[in-house]
Design a protein around this ligand. Structure first.
Ligand SMILES: [Zn+2]
Length: 250
């Protein structure tokens, strides 16, 4: 198979087509020989996985079976400048999501594996915060990623979404704000990478609210973090790719 040609096929993120049929969302163009082979693999996987012992065990335990292979989000290795080279800082990532770990690896960040970090509603928020505080002893910057609010958005589950946001607020931000003052100088920022509104169950592209707090930073009148109050902030709207420099400069 030609990997570069496969990278150019049109694939569909499953969370963009919740409730839609499988056939119309397979890899396109359908008549491409690589797409044909990969689509056959995906469709054959349904039969192979149906009676797989691992799935029988999962069903018996009341868990969802892995009922299909779904290929999407393919690409070729990006050419990224290592974080340390670009910003002169040693960084780490904490996440339950392989995609983010992969970006961390490209950037030369330390991927810190946290027991109980699942990339889902049931993630261990407290442990992520504990490991982040520990990591700050030998890293300049720690990126803590939580997937749960996004997953709750995709699921259209308002209760889980509120719970996830409250847990981040209390168990991660709260813990970090308690612990960070032991460092002489520190800065912290909170932001999502995009919205996933319950109303549409997928990602949207409006500007996201971000907050920054630093021992060297200036105060403004905003004292809440949400979409509405962030608009009143003194930091203004910036392009995503300028965020890190802006954060390191405050
Ligand atoms: Zn998402």
């Amino acid at each position: 198979m030609d990997n570069n040609k496969s990278a150019s096929l049109k694939s569909t993120p499953p969370h963009d087509v919740v409730g839609e049929g499988i056939e119309e969302n397979l890899l396109k163009p359908y008549d491409d020989e690589n797409a044909e082979l990969l689509n056959k693999t995906m469709l054959d996987s349904v039969e192979i996985l149906k009676d797989h012992p691992v799935n029988k065990k999962r069903i018996a335990e009341g868990k969802y079976p892995a009922n299909m292979i779904w290929l999407w989000g393919q690409g070729t290795k990006p050419n990224m400048v290592p974080f340390a080279e670009k910003y002169g800082l040693k960084g780490a990532t904490i996440t339950g999501v392989d995609l983010i770990k992969g970006i961390g690896s490209y950037l030369g960040l330390t991927n810190i594996n946290v027991p109980g970090a699942t990339g889902y509603f049931d993630t261990d928020y407290g442990q992520k915060a504990n490991y982040a505080v520990d990591a700050l002893n030998d890293h300049d910057l720690v990126f803590v990623h939580v997937e749960a609010p996004d997953e709750a958005g995709h699921a259209g589950d308002i209760t889980e979404k509120i719970k996830a946001i409250e847990s981040i607020d209390e168990k991660i931000i709260g813990k970090l704000l308690d612990e960070l003052p032991k460092f002489d100088d520190y800065a912290i920022s909170i932001l999502p990478d995009h919205a996933t509104p319950i109303s549409v169950k997928t990602h949207t592209t409006e500007a996201i609210p971000y907050a920054m707090c630093s021992t060297k930073g200036v105060e403004d009148n905003v004292n809440q973090y949400n979409e509405f109050s962030a608009k009143m902030g003194s930091l203004g709207t910036i392009e995503g790719y300028k965020f890190m420099k802006s954060f390191l400069d405050i």
